[in-house]
Ligand binder design. Structure first.
Ligand code: TNX
Length: 533
């Protein structure tokens, strides 16, 4: 069964018609702006799997070719990321108004091909051949922002691990990867004007697992790889709380002028930048420098400045610091994103985006804080923690790939796949409607997650549920949310994840094609600490 996740707006599969067959003589025929680059990215995957030459060419397409067309009017409504796909005995034709839309369509194509398309060793063709079922797909996303977040501060993940994650997220048509680059336990991005942020601040992580950070070139490599997959990197510098790593590196950022020791625990809410006038010069210089240097290496439009859980900052100081931080951030030309607490500041730059992380049933003052962003001309990203947090435990405490039970449970207990799939964004925050919602994001916090197999176990398959909520039409707009149908499509996606070697959690109730075998070993050896040298 061909299963596509996220479910397309419309899909007609003609199982009785002759499928398309990718062969040694197939070519990728590209036309329109950006089409050849998208075709090359797809060819990279398909060449590695098939061993075929698959040249990217111009001109007319034949029945064994795949046509990649960028041209205005290719999709109804001119949706930016929309695409139309036709496949069958006459060839494959993928068309979109933009290169971005074309790329999203290639990920549908990837899911329609046999799972062996994920192999990198020029595998022998699968028994059925490299076929794409005869199909017509017309598709476009519901929300403009569809993201995941990786916390590289609590535990650090190497560049290549992040690139692998980007590729898997692209398969689900996500278009943003938010990197939580700083926290109490580590500062993970090189800042040339404040070298001790990484010199001292990057040497630790939770539980003494060693540190690590991205040089600017490392970060550029992530940005570039993601950009080829039309994924925007959203860097987060978490301020004014969650700053112990920075405070431990620079005494002048502390009110008492004393640098605290590095921190390797998992408490939150004990650190803060200093709002007092004696530290104003140092703090404002710090804010200007870090936002400028991060913005300089970030081509995307967003800069996330945190704002969450500043429990060691007085309310007045918090509002003052948020005003100064967001001013410094906005001076770089970026649009600022903040966790919903930042809504306490009434002097946000118009258009600032609030990220909601309360529950599906909002708690405390989350509603008024979130609405404050919309009141100030901004929009909202929804990450309700009880359904969209990928670091929440699975029910029944399954052991992760390395034997440990992973995750936290503060967000109303464990989160099942059904819960991750069974929620509707509109209506969570009363007064926040469809057009106020920029999109949806699923964060992975890494207090309990130290290795790639563990990361994959928590992310997959729940992120697929979030991707579908973010992309596929709402029930009100004619979409469907059948758990049974989703589970069947997930099983198909699972064959791709198996081939990629992803250690996803084989959640009960999904008809996975291949049951977990004893002796399955993760691709990565347990825990290689990323130690600074
Ligand atoms: C809350 S959600 C946090 C993080 C923790 C996470 C653990 C948010 C904005 N802050 O500092 O890592 O819970 O689930």
């Amino acid at each position: 069964m061909a299963g596509i996740i996220p479910a397309p707006v419309s899909l007609e599969l003609r199982d009785d018609a002759t499928p398309f067959r990718l062969t040694e003589s197939s070519r990728l025929v590209a036309s329109g702006e950006g089409a050849a680059a998208v075709a090359e990215t797809f060819a990279g995957l398909a060449r590695a799997a098939t061993g075929f030459e698959l040249p990217v060419v111009g001109g007319a397409a034949g029945a064994s070719d795949l046509e990649f067309v960028v041209g205005i009017g290719s999709v109804p409504g001119r949706a930016i990321e929309g695409y139309a796909l036709e496949s069958g005995a006459d060839g494959v034709r993928l068309a979109a108004d933009t290169a971005e839309g074309l790329f999203r369509g290639t990920q549908t194509l990837r899911q329609l091909l046999p799972a062996e398309i994920e192999r990198a060793d020029a595998a022998r063709a699968p028994a059925s051949g490299w076929t794409v079922p005869a199909a017509s797909v017309a598709d476009a996303p519901r929300f403009a922002y569809r993201g995941a977040m990786l916390d590289v501060a609590r535990h650090f993940f190497a560049v290549d691990d992040v690139l692998d994650l980007v590729d898997r997220l692209a398969l689900l048509k996500l278009n943003a990867l938010h990197l939580h680059l700083t926290d109490d336990q580590g500062w993970r991005i090189e800042i040339e004007s404040w070298p001790e942020l990484t010199g001292i601040g990057a040497s630790t992580s939770v539980d003494g697992h060693g540190g690590g950070f991205y040089t600017k070139d490392d970060y550029r490599r992530i940005v570039e790889y993601a950009a080829a997959r039309f994924i925007t990197i959203v860097p987060e510098i978490d301020l004014p709380g969650h700053t112990n790593a920075a405070l431990s590196a620079y005494p002048e950022l502390n009110c008492d002028g004393v640098a605290p020791p590095p921190y390797e625990g998992t408490e939150v809410g004990f650190s803060s930048l200093c709002a007092s006038p004696e530290r104003e010069e140092a703090t404002d210089r710090f804010l200007a420098d870090i936002t400028r240097e991060v913005a300089e290496i970030t081509p995307g439009p967003w800069l996330h400045l945190g704002g969450d859980e500043s429990l060691a900052t007085s309310e007045a100081d918090f509002r003052d610091l948020v005003r100064r931080m967001t001013r410094a951030g906005a001076a770089t030309g970026k649009t600022i994103i903040g966790w919903h607490e930042m809504g306490a500041c009434r002097e946000l730059r118009a258009g600032t985006i609030g990220q909601y992380w309360s529950f599906v049933e909002p708690a405390g003052d989350a509603v008024s804080l979130t609405k404050s962003f919309v009141g100030q001309g901004g929009r909202v990203i929804l990450s309700p923690a009880d359904v969209a947090y990928l670091d929440m435990k699975y029910p029944d405490d399954p052991e992760g790939p390395l034997g440990a039970v992973l995750g936290l449970d503060w967000a109303k207990g464990p989160t099942s796949l059904e819960e991750a799939y069974g929620w509707e964004p509109v209506g969570i925050v009363p007064g926040i409607g469809e057009s106020d919602i920029l999109g949806i994001e699923a964060p992975l916090w890494t207090e309990t997650i130290a290795t790639v197999p563990e990361l994959e176990f928590m992310v997959f398959p729940r992120v697929a549920a979030i991707a579908e909520i973010a992309w596929s039409p709402s029930v009100a707009a004619g979409g469907s949310r059948s758990e049974v149908d989703f589970a069947a499509r997930l099983a198909a996606l699972g064959t791709h994840l198996d081939t990629l070697g992803v250690s996803y959690h084989r959640v009960a109730g999904v008809p996975w094609a291949r049951p977990l075998r004893t002796g399955d070993v993760p691709r990565f050896l347990p825990m290689t600490p990323h130690i600074l040298t």
